[in-house]
Ligand binder design. Structure first.
Ligand code: NAD
Ligand code: MG
Length: 388
């Protein structure tokens, strides 16, 4: 039977790679696509994949797209805004929703999709960082699978196959270390946006690329792993592995550690999530050649020089609304860094200030989470304004 999918964020790095996997396999029907503002690319995608419905966040751009489609007699429903995202995420005939938007804007449509029983292929890590308990609880209640697309979590998911939860000792997330892995404290103070956007192993959207440079990405992934795999935070370790060949590992109680390896290519974890539990032939992805790679290296993360990782562990330990606040502050300060309003090392500083100020709410409702998200963004922007 043909699977039917929608991709939230089809014009981004994960979105375009998901469409590439679908193109190579030819047996998935694309029913819905969404974009923030890149309507030219969305139009191309519509012509190639012929979805029934698309969402463009900006209303005027949605109208421009609709006019263009009408003039070419292409019959596609065009919706807009957050409500439109949820409309696309909940179309009746769809089996899988790929959440590939960036930021906590992905939360509500993901919740709506879970409520109506869709399988979630989850790339948008901010969803679980912001509201992990709530989302996982709802998924359990609705008997919905959340299949990880993030490469580390896909690796762990693969390493867990055939093993029991109680036999897990530790989850070991690998981190590339980003472009500044070897930079001294002084050098880190002076890094530019252009340098931070040059990731050594992966080509990704700008927000996650900056997160990789600060190590916040790994921090967000620690939180994501806690929720996906229901382990204690003390059971999640991070090891820097600059080659990005081992995508993560599970250490078991009996002393065995199972790792998942592959070339750093997101189409691997995307295909695994789309076809799980089937493993599809993927001739279009470069094969792993360990002899050519020669050696793999491992080192401890420099937590003192890259404070974002510890901030994420702290937020997870505190729990409640603190991880939503960490995420919101991070989204704001990363945007400010990209706009050249703050320096690289002001990213952790401001997040720390915002977390310190937050009065945490335990077992929050969705409304309380959204309220804390709003507060954290506003307070972060005030802190950024003090910097210039
Ligand atoms: P990206 O910036 O390349 O793409 C983001 C997508 O979301 C685009 O389609 C964009 O149109 C859409 N979007 C952006 N802002 C939006 C808004 N306000 N409302 C609605 N749509 C919006 O990002 P990406 O690198 O593809 O990352 C997407 C998600 O996947 C992120 O949560 C990221 O952490 C996660 N992820 C990415 C990678 C990767 O290799 N790129 C790996 C693991 C996890
Ligand atoms: Mg990752």
């Amino acid at each position: 039977m043909t699977k039917k999918v929608v991709i939230l964020g089809s014009t981004g790095s994960i979105g375009t790679q998901t469409l590439d996997v679908i193109k190579h396999n030819q047996d998935i029907e694309v029913v819905g696509l969404t974009a923030n503002s890149r309507i030219d690319l969305l139009e191309e995608q519509i012509k190639q994949f012929r979805p029934k419905i698309v969402c463009v966040m900006h209303e005027d751009k949605a109208r421009v797209l609709k006019d263009r489609l009408d003039s070419q007699s292409i019959d596609v429903e065009v919706v807009c805004g957050v409500k439109g995202l949820s409309t696309v995420a909940t179309i009746e005939e769809v089996d899988i929703v790929v959440t590939a938007v960036v930021g906590m804007i992905g939360l509500i449509p993901t919740i709506e999709a879970i409520k109506v029983g869709k399988t979630i292929a989850l790339a948008n890590k901010e969803t679980l960082v912001t509201a992990g308990e709530l989302v996982m609880h709802l998924a359990k209640e609705k008997n919905v699978s959340i299949l990880p697309v993030d490469s580390e979590h896909s690796a762990i998911f693969q390493c867990l196959q055939g093993n029991t939860h109680q036999s897990i000792d530790k989850l070991i997330l690998t981190a590339s270390g980003g472009p500044f892995r070897t930079f001294s404290k002084d050098e880190l103070k002076k890094v530019t946006v252009e340098q931070a956007l040059k990731h050594p192993n992966w080509v990704m959207g700008s927000k996650i690329t900056i997160d990789s440079a600060t190590l916040m990405n790994k921090g967000l992934e620690v939180i994501e792993a806690k929720h996906l795999f229901d382990v204690d935070p003390s059971q999640i370790d991070v090891v820097v592995h600059k080659e990005s060949i081992i995508h993560s590992m599970v250490a078991y109680q009996d002393g065995s550690t199972i790792a998942q390896l592959g070339m750093p290519d997101m189409r691997h974890p995307i295909a695994y999530a789309l076809y799980y539990p089937e493993r599809r032939v993927s001739e279009y992805i470069k094969k792993l050649d360990l002899v050519a790679i020669g050696s793999l290296s491992f080192e401890a993360p420099r937590k003192d020089d890259f404070p974002c990782l510890q901030l994420a562990y702290d937020a997870l330990e505190i729990g409640g609304t603190m991880t939503a606040v960490l995420n919101a502050a991070n989204e704001e300060v990363v945007a400010s860094f990209l706009n050249k309003q703050i320096s690289f090392m002001q990213i952790p500083e401001i997040i720390h200030t915002v977390m310190d100020k937050h009065i945490c709410i335990n077992r929050p409702s969705l409304e309380q989470i959204l309220e804390c998200d709003r507060w954290a963004r506003e307070y972060s922007r005030e802190q950024v304004a003090k910097c210039y």
